[in-house]
Each structure stands twice: as C-alpha cells, then as structure tokens.
Design a protein around this ligand. Sequence first.
Ligand code: PNS
Length: 165
Amino acid sequence: MTRVAVFPGSFDPMTNAHLDVARRASGLFDRLIIGVLDNPKKAPLFGIDERTALIARSVADLGSHVSVDAFDGLTVEFARRHGAGFIVRGLRAVSDFEAELQMALTNRKLAPEVDTTFLMTALEYGYVSSSLTKEVARFGGDITAMVPPPVAEALAERLGAGPRV
Ligand code: PNS
C-alpha cells in the first residue's frame, strides 16, 4: 500500500518550522506533496510561483518522493487529485490546536477518507512563524535561524533584510 500525504499551507514564506514538519513527514510517507495555497483574497509577500520555487529549493535534499504543487480551492480536493489519504499539519504549541482541530474536523466531514495527521514541530522552531519572520526581516533583524537559506536570501532581496554581524 502506497501512503500518500499532502502538506498544505500558505507558506508565505516557508520557515524552518515548516521544513522540520516536511522532513519528518518525508520519513513517514511514500509520497509527500507540499501544497501551496493560491488564495486570491490574501496579498502575500511572495507570489505563488515564488513560494513554490522557494519550497522546491528548500526541500531538494528530502528526496524525489517529495514534491511541491500550487493549488486553489479546497485542500481535500487537492488531496483527492493526488490520491492522498492523509493531510499533514504541524503543531508548534497548544495555541495552534483549536484552529487545527476545527480544520481537521471540517476536512473529515468533507472527505471522510482523508485523515489529518499532526506532527509536533521541533522545540527549537516552536516560536517560528511566517508572519513574525517577515516582520523581523522588515525591520532588519536576523532571520537566518528561522528560515531555510533560499528564503533568507529572498527576504533579504525583497525587504532589504540581512544578518547583523
Ligand atoms: O499555512 P496556513 O495559512 O496555516 O494554511 C492554512 C490552509 C491553507 C491549510 C487552509 O487555509 C486551507 O486548507 N485552505 C484551503 C481551503 C479549504 O480547504 N478550506 C477548508 C479547510 S477547513
């Protein structure tokens, strides 16, 4: 039996917390598709193609069973299109739980054949979020511990941020 999972998110941009979850999931599933939500209602810092390319560069060492794909619409439809039986989400802290539970139960109602699996983010990345990373970068702070190198470069280019030495 081939176990296929999708790992959906906004990934604006991918952080080390996301990467940690992708790495753990890549060891658990035969195929892992990282799904980048193209949400026209949000105005992301990075466009959908940029976010997808940054993830592809960041997960290149995880193996050929890990891929990246943009999607719009429902996550469960994205999972079905890829023949995935699992949705992967990361939990950093208790504060993530309530929203994640609501999403998981909604997704189960929509697609009972798709199960959500939660992976605990490594403690060292428990504080990392895309939005705070952007804020720190915007004010010139060092975000190199928070994001993969390709993302740090892209943030530096976009926001003029860079490590303080
Ligand atoms: O990185 P994020 O912003 O926490 O990811 C949230 C995401 C993309 C997983 C969620 O917003 C989502 O699944 N959106 C797609 C639309 C959908 O399926 N909505 C119903 C799920 S409750």
